[in-house]
Design a protein around this ligand. Sequence first.
Ligand SMILES: Nc1ncnc2c1ncn2[C@@H]1O[C@H](COP(=O)(O)OP(=O)(O)OP(=O)(O)O)[C@@H](O)[C@H]1O
Length: 284
Amino acid sequence: MAKSKTPAINYVKDIKKLIRLDNPDSYISEPDPARHEVALKTENVSVFYGDNQALTDANLAFERFKITTLIGASGSGKSTFLRSLNRMNDGVARVTGKIMYRGLDLNSPDVDVYEVRRHIGMVFQMPNPFAKSIYNNIAFALTQRKKYSKEQLDEIVESALKQAALWDQVKDDLQKSALELSGGQAQRLVIARALALKPDILLMDEPTSALDPKSTMQIEETMMELKKKYTIIVVTHNMQQAARIGDYTAFFHLGKVIEFDLTRKIFTRPKVKLTDDYVSGNFG
Ligand SMILES: Nc1ncnc2c1ncn2[C@@H]1O[C@H](COP(=O)(O)OP(=O)(O)OP(=O)(O)O)[C@@H](O)[C@H]1O
């Protein structure tokens, strides 16, 4: 009887696992390129603040239409890494290595930084609406580079606010100052502002850490909706949140990516002891 091929394939996979376990310092799993589309990939990204190296050789691949959570203790380099992805570290830090997006290295000096940030939007920890109306918070960013008719702008503003699940609450108050919104609403407005530029990828740096539990849950629900159309990379200190919303998780420690894998693996059977210690709450 002809032998099935499956056991041999499993054998090869098992050998690979063993090899990885031989090196307990780090474990980087990559989405299988044959089955999963990679939206963004970093190759040996290192970041220096003057002489201080804050991040060393980060190699991560982010799968399209998934949420990747970046976790790790304070100062481990998560935000530094996140900000490098859309060139927010320009003028602040020196970034080396490659940030590959659609075959282009975004870290190359001749890349148009405005275009990078249009494709890769950013939402920060503190909701930061402009001192403008709700409508103009969204329209303002759009009209900086391109002319739009009033009808086009109305449509984009409505669509962005709907995607950020804010439309129903503000549709009759679009001219009201954005500074009158609650924290949760202001964060939704900032998300809408990023979405209005029609990005591919959304970077979020602790987007709910300044919000109450109810607003946090609502933003998480919105993120789960948004991942149907966008690739999301989010820094979070909240382990429950990382486990709830993440498809993939990267664990950072002292400026290095220690482990990157499916979120459920990171939280249930991590390959590196340090990761286990961190997700179990033994330090951080
Ligand atoms: N603008 C800056 N100038 C100089 N050093 C910085 C700057 N921003 C961050 N660092 C340093 O880089 C290292 C990594 O910081 P980073 O903020 O990326 O860590 P983090 O994991 O995001 O921490 P947290 O969870 O507290 O935000 C730290 O040693 C920090 O002091």
